[in-house]
Design a protein around this ligand. Structure first.
Ligand code: FAD
Length: 373
């Protein structure tokens, strides 16, 4: 039986663990935390992610409470529409709570016999297929997968960080109670200069809100959130701002690129390989398709190092595309020159109607994961 050791039980590590277990591998998953817990609010699941969950047998549980999204809309602070993206069956989106998605993957991993080791802090990897764990433990496997997130420690044990950009935005996520008048199925992203308020219908009772601000603006990223300042910027959603919760934390949004995604018998997936700011809501979806392709590539070969190189060659272009569009989108929000702001609305209205925009922005979302029938 082939073996795989996976470092990191986030969404990427778990998705990979489930897929390898389905293919008959013996899977060990290591998580440094004492228990498996998911931080965050809701998560955008596009077709690529939804198909991955179907393939993994986790779809029903992950999406049981999720709102089916009808439309993604961008508006200015006063509510005037700049862009709409209509969701249709087969090219749509569901928006479950992250915790539901995470639990569905955990349950499926357990059901398939994945060995989950919590409080297991991984310290390094060796290309011959060794995962090193605190306490001097070395675990050998046919394949070792690094899935320890954007600030990956293991990525550096094979020296493959090409670029890490801390970006200029900070973001905060929260869940608020649904109230009469809240849209049940339209995501709206309100822009005011470099400030953004993202409204996401999530479950029947709860709405997921994401706020982002320039990281340099210390007054904008106070806790609790300064509701008066947000009301002044976004009068179209005054009522909703009154319901923002006191809890939360501001996260710095980051981009990561690697010089390579593998060395010998070691592969890197998820945010460790290609973190990106959550502008398109596609980072985890992209991690899913890459994890599925990884399993497919190495499953039927005796030459794992070569299969890993082939895998990277196939998956890099789609990943670069998603990352580039996410960066571009963030540029339009956060780095658009202040003097040209009056032109931004017209620019977005025009560009978002072009085929180039639709195809580029949605290519990752429409990608069919390897193994999906
Ligand atoms: C505000 C925000 C909103 C987002 N919204 C979306 C969205 O709507 N749709 C979408 O597709 N993506 C979204 N993303 C991106 C998505 O959350 C990430 O791409 C995804 O969670 C990355 O999963 P991961 O498993 O690669 O990394 P992580 O979630 O960082 O998981 C890494 C795991 O490894 C563990 N670990 C770390 N170091 C070690 C070690 N040394 N030993 C053992 N374990 C270790 C960590 O504890 C953690 O459990 C969003 C991101 C942000 C910040």
């Amino acid at each position: 039986m082939k073996t795989v050791e996976i470092a990191g039980a986030g969404l990427s590590g778990l998705a990979a663990a489930v897929r390898f277990a389905q293919l008959g591998w013996r899977v060990s998953l290591h998580e440094r935390s004492a228990d498996l817990r998911m931080f965050g609010a809701g998560i955008w699941l596009w077709e690529s992610g939804l198909k991955t969950l179907k393939l993994l047998g986790a779809y029903e549980q992950a999406t049981a409470r999720a709102r089916v999204i009808d439309q993604w809309r961008i508006a200015d602070g006063r509510g005037r529409t700049l862009m709409t993206r209509q969701m249709v069956p087969g090219d749509g989106m569901l928006l479950p709570p992250r915790a539901d998605l995470y639990q569905a993957l955990i349950d499926q991993a357990v059901a398939l016999g994945v060995e989950i080791h919590t409080s297991s802090v991984c310290t390094g990897v060796k290309p011959e297929g060794i995962l090193q764990i605190e306490g001097g433990i070395e675990r050998r496997a046919d394949l070792v997968i690094i899935a320890d997130g954007a600030y990956s420690r293991l990525r550096e044990s094979i020296l493959c960080t090409a670029w890490m950009d801390f970006g200029i935005e900070a973001g905060i996520r929260m869940m608020i109670d649904h109230a009469p008048g809240d849209s049940p199925d339209i995501i709206t992203e309100y822009w005011d200069g470099p400030f953004r308020l993202l409204y996401n219908p999530c479950t029947d009772g709860q709405t997921y809100i994401f706020l982002s601000v320039p990281v340099a603006d210390k007054r904008a990223r106070v806790l609790p959130v300064d509701k008066d300042a947000w009301r002044a910027r976004f009068p179209a959603v005054e009522g909703l701002i009154g319901r923002l919760t006191e809890a939360g934390r501001w996260d710095r949004l980051v981009n990561v690129r690697c010089t390579k995604w593998s060395e010998g018998h070691v592969a890197i997936i998820g945010d460790a390989a290609h973190a990106m700011p959550p502008n398109l809501g596609q980072a985890a979806n992209t991690a899913f398709i890459n994890a599925m392709a990884l399993a497919q590539s190495v499953n039927s070969t005796g030459d794992i190092p070569q299969a890993l190189q082939d895998w990277e060659e196939r998956q890099r272009p789609i990943t670069n595309n998603v990352q580039w569009w996410s960066y571009l989108y963030g540029f339009v929000i956060g780095r658009w020159p202040a003097g040209l702001l009056p032109l931004r609305n017209d620019f977005v209205r025009f560009v978002s109607k072009t085929e180039w925009f639709d195809e580029g922005l949605n290519r990752g979302a429409r990608y069919t994961p390897a193994g999906y029938k």
